[in-house]
Design a protein around this ligand. Structure first.
Ligand code: AMP
Length: 266
């Protein structure tokens, strides 16, 4: 596994990769089994794999959240190594934002609801950094040979990135991977490590209420009674495609920690 601490180092290495297939997994680090599933799938389906780790400041609407975001590089590299990843890119903010974020990618429909409504500017930051990383990662022009792996855990983000790839004719295939959960159902997340023991005990009720409630209003009542502070809880079909299936989306706080999840509705 080669660790590239600059875009230039990766760019030099990627010249020898032209003609192979590339599986790319962008992350913000503090890797867990959810990320490892994306890495394993990329490894299985592609000739070469690239993981990026970058805590992207432009997608944080809350400076404290950015400051408190867990950074565990050595453990992350160990997970990447055991997943058989070939290349790891660790870009810096200065390098990724030579324009000081004066240029951005903005979507004006899907990004205005759910997390977009409660976190102003969040998806501008996400789409901009993913656009930059896709340009940097790119080794060729064939979408069948450049595959981007993302989790359904962040389903709104996945929908927006799919839409961006289509809108800007980016030569990538976007692969959505199922949410990996703890045995009690809680969706794995880097933020789970911030939960107290008591909050961790309550947390699996989130997905249980999503799955078992007949409608969103009932799920809200159940979760509020259990001590969750609901940011949003909505049934929606995201995207412009008529084929878009309905899902139930939630963001809710346990103490200071904001958890998100979503499930498909029949
Ligand atoms: P993050 O670094 O947590 O922002 O996420 C990096 C990628 O991993 C994104 O595509 C996420 O959707 C995905 N991911 C995070 N948690 C999970 C999970 N529990 N299951 C599947 N994918 C996940």
């Amino acid at each position: 596994m080669i660790v590239h601490r600059s875009i230039a180092a990766w760019s030099a290495a990627k010249r020898s990769l032209v003609g192979t297939s590339l599986g790319f997994v962008p992350t913000m680090g503090h890797l867990h089994a959810g990320h490892a599933a994306l890495l394993a799938r990329a490894r299985q389906e592609c000739g070469t794999t690239l993981l990026s780790i970058f805590v992207n400041p432009t997608q944080f609407d809350d400076p404290t959240d950015l400051e408190r975001y867990p950074r565990t590089l050595e453990a992350d590299l160990a997970i990447a190594r055991s997943a058989g990843i070939d290349h790891v890119l660790l870009p810096t903010t200065a390098e990724l934002y030579p324009d000081a974020y004066t240029y951005k990618v903005q979507e004006s429909a899907v990004s205005t609801v759910l997390c977009g409504a409660s976190r102003p500017g969040h998806f501008d930051g996400v789409l901009t950094v993913v656009m930059k990383l896709l340009q940097i990662a790119q080794i060729g022009v064939d979408p069948a040979q450049q595959r981007l792996y993302m989790g359904e855990k962040d389903h709104q983000q996945l929908t927006l990135v799919r839409g961006m790839v289509e809108a800007f004719f980016l030569p990538w295939t976007v692969i959505g991977c199922p949410t990996v959960r703890e045995t009690d159902g809680l969706a794995m997340s880097s933020r789970n490590s911030r939960l107290t023991a008591e909050q961790r005990r309550l947390a699996p009720q989130l997905v249980r209420a999503l799955r078992e409630s007949p409608d969103a209003a009932t799920a809200r009542t159940t979760l509020e009674a259990a001590g969750f502070r609901i940011d949003y809880l909505e049934d929606r079909a995201l995207g412009t495609s008529h084929a878009a299936a309905s899902r139930r989306y939630i963001a809710a706080f346990l103490g200071e920690t904001r958890l998100i999840d979503n499930v498909a509705l029949d």
